[in-house]
Design a protein. Structure first.
Length: 732
């Protein structure tokens, strides 16, 4: 089973639309369950190179493409780019599983899937088998090392950016040890791990390494380990043959070359003085400028992708660009024939290829080769009422080519009614509490529209909800009743009839929000006067629902901390939840969870903030847990902390943002002063014991007399028209 590598590896923002990449849904055997995207520049020549670009944790293919700007290089120098994409079902942080035996071995898991992506490209595009390269950042950099080691006959060179050597960790704990630079093997030991990864006996891939000296996620020591591993594999020593302390006049860049006896650079390293866990970029329009600003890019006046491509040997003179045909028109003239016409714009072509596919995404197959400067073709023997897609490709005698944009036509009917195919993959998802978003896959090309039917409460009483236009694939059913299950089905229609319905999908809207709070406000102790510790608190969930925020009394402001939440009274093992880049001021601060964490009533959990000193109380006043300092559990202390839970999924933002309830002093001997707000209409207060029995109720919401209650813990409940907010207090 896939493990989750903690999200501290890194996060990148999404900035490039997937519309610029082509999805490949079936590239062959996919034991690693990865996604595949391809970037194809216009007018690609024959025998083009290929670069595989592997993203880091919490990234996706499109964001990595945007920030590294590999597509810009591909457009200019004419090579394909494969963007593999991790799926959350494999790793919830989006990391490639470079530390799992089942994914880092030749012929298995993710490594096998990545190799099969290259094989797919070779089988379906005109590719130079000897010019296939791999690069990656962070977890993707570690995966690039794996591909170089396990499939050295496939990849000519690699570029590892803020990554790790091959086979230095198995399992999550070992992965962190490796990331922190705590795996120190000899060059021979590191080299043997590569040699033992396959039976390869040819020329090993050359390797370029890019790393920041202030990287405290994948520590800088890993650059030296990579150098030692791949120089040993290449059979050369670990002493640089060329050192440039200010490469290209840039004092932030140290370049080293490790050469063989003939003077060929086999391993090259680029070190960036003071750079953290990032890809070095140089935004601009110059030839050597590129990359886009992001959470994990750093403007070092150095475009790493460009110099990786230079190392790969991709930056020769751009290929000759032919002028592609345009104005391609496809006309169905009968039930079995489609006529094509186009404009020819190139004088130097030697042949024209007519290519056809059964769908817009391809792949396209050549169905006829015509003489140069041809401008028409008739495609016969086709099936009635069937869509066909076409493109025209021209080639010269030097391997250069250019392809028109595609077009399509549907053959005429032979008189048999052809209702549309049924849509597929209907899903229903709650959004905004009382809205349900529907989405489906359009499986037909001849529908006039879609009919959406709904049934409330069960699946036995469907009525027409809406009709949407042809090619639509989504609909939002808004302003529904709370806590209600709705069932949906969709069908396509045209003048020849209706398709079958999709399989039904259902969703249940959210109920009214009830927020429950743990509030332990006491504590002035300081365990560290610096943010060089990890501190937190274990607690017992008072309800089943979602943990939505943590409150903490911070001695100092924090920057770049990580919030981790563990199952049980522990800070070891893999956390249930992790949220990096947490910034907050000193004093009482609320840290909202980016994604609510499901919790169960009565279960113990522990939160911990890295690089943060939380104040604590010198006695254990909260009965449900205790204070944590690094890996030490102080059972006699409690952190000054709070936690807020929602019993209604999906309602946390509206509820937390509106309702507020403060009661003090807590603990109290007689009266509670109440500060409540964020609601409209009616309100009241009640007190319940921990078994849920109501003991007191009053309309007044500013003061509460609890003199008559016995000593112990109680629930204080604020009831409003917008929901309920629940807080614990202690009566002494």
């Amino acid at each position: 089973m896939k493990r989750t590598l903690l999200a501290v590896l890194l996060s990148l923002t999404y900035s490039l639309g997937l519309s610029q990449l082509t999805t490949v849904s079936n590239f062959g055997s996919n034991p690693g369950n990865l996604g595949m995207f391809i970037y194809t520049p216009s007018n690609m020549p024959a025998d083009a190179p290929v670069v595989m670009a592997l993203h880091g944790c919490t990234q996706n293919a499109s964001s990595f493409a945007s920030e590294t700007d590999w597509n810009k290089l591909a457009d200019q120098y004419k090579f394909y780019v494969i963007y593999p994409e991790q799926r959350s079902s494999n790793n919830s942080s989006g990391c490639f599983n470079w530390f799992e035996n089942g994914d880092k071995s030749r012929g298995f898991g993710e490594a096998a899937s990545l190799n099969n992506m290259v094989t797919y490209l070779k089988n379906n595009y005109s590719v130079d088998d000897d010019r296939v390269f791999v690069t990656g950042f962070s977890a993707g950099g570690a995966m690039a090392s794996i591909m170089l080691a396990t499939y050295p006959e496939v990849f000519a060179s690699g570029a590892v950016m803020s990554g790790l050597p091959y086979d230095v960790a198995t399992g999550t704990t070992a992965a962190f040890q490796a990331m922190f630079g705590n795996v120190n093997l000899s060059p021979a030991q590191l080299g043997n791990r590569v040699r033992n990864a396959s039976s390869f006996s040819g020329d090993w891939p050359t390797v370029a390494i890019f790393h920041g000296t202030s990287d405290f996620t994948v520590y800088y020591a890993n650059e030296q380990e990579l150098i030692e591993q791949w120089t040993n594999v290449q059979g050369i020593d670990q002493t640089a043959d060329l050192t440039d302390n200010a490469y290209l006049g840039n004092s932030n860049v140290l370049k080293k070359e490790f050469q063989d006896a003939s003077g060929t650079a086999k391993v090259v390293s680029y070190s960036f003085n003071g750079m953290g866990h990032a890809v070095a970029i140089d935004p601009g329009t110059g030839t050597t400028q590129g990359g886009n600003t992001g959470s994990y890019t750093s403007d070092e006046d150095f475009w790493s992708s460009y110099y990786a491509a230079e190392f790969f040997g991709l930056l020769g003179p751009p290929p000759v660009t032919l002028q592609a045909p345009d104005n391609l028109v496809a006309t169905a003239v009968s039930s079995s024939q489609i006529d094509l016409t186009w404009n020819d714009n190139e004088a130097n072509e030697t042949q024209v290829l007519v290519q056809r596919s059964g769908n817009a995404a391809g792949p396209f197959t050549t169905i006829s080769t015509l003489a140069a400067n041809s401008t028409s073709y008739s495609d016969g023997g086709l099936t009635a009422s069937t869509p066909y897609f076409y493109q025209i490709r021209i080639e010269d005698g030097s391997g250069n080519a250019a392809t028109s944009t595609s077009t399509s036509a549907t053959t005429q009917s032979d008189g048999t009614p052809t209702p549309p195919n049924a849509p597929t993959n209907l899903t229903a998802t709650v959004s905004g509490g009382t809205n349900i978003d529907l989405s489906w896959t359009d499986a037909s090309t001849n529908e006039d529209g879609f009919q959406i039917e709904r049934s409330t409460g069960d699946a036995s009483n469907y009525t027409l909800l809406a009709t949407v236009a042809a090619n639509a694939t989504s609909y939002t059913d808004a302003n529904l009743a709370n806590s209600t299950t709705y069932f949906y089905r969709v069908r396509a229609f045209n003048t020849d009839g209706n398709s079958p319905f999709t399989a039904q999908a259902s969703a249940t809207t959210a109920g009214q929000a009830t927020l429950v709070e743990i509030d332990q406000p006491l504590g002035s102790g300081v365990i560290s006067y610096f943010n060089n510790v990890n501190t937190g608190q274990s607690f017992t969930a008072p309800v089943s629902g979602e943990l939505i925020s943590i409150d903490a009394n911070l001695y100092l402001a924090i920057s770049g901390s990580t919030l981790r939440i563990y199952a049980g009274n522990t800070t070891s093992g893999t956390p249930l939840y992790e949220q990096s880049s947490v910034n907050a001021g000193s004093g009482w601060q609320t840290i909202s969870l980016t994604t609510p964490l499901a919790v169960s009533q009565g279960q113990v959990y522990t939160f911990q903030l890295t690089s943060a000193s939380i104040r604590y109380n010198f006695s254990n006043v909260y009965a449900g847990g205790n204070f944590w300092y690094n890996s030490i559990s102080y059972t006699v202390f409690d952190a000054a902390f709070g936690a807020t839970f929602s019993t209604t999924s999906g309602s946390r933002l509206a509820a937390k943002g509106s309702l507020s309830l403060h009661a003090y002093p807590n603990p109290t001997r007689s009266f509670l002063t109440i500060e409540a707000g964020g609601f409209e209409g009616n309100s009241s207060l009640s007190v319940m014991d921990l078994q849920g029995r109501t003991l007191l109720t009053q309309i007044q919401t500013d003061k509460l007399d609890v003199t008559g209650l016995a000593a112990g813990m109680y629930w204080l409940v604020l009831h409003t028209d917008q929901g309920q907010l629940v807080k614990q207090f202690r009566k002494e």
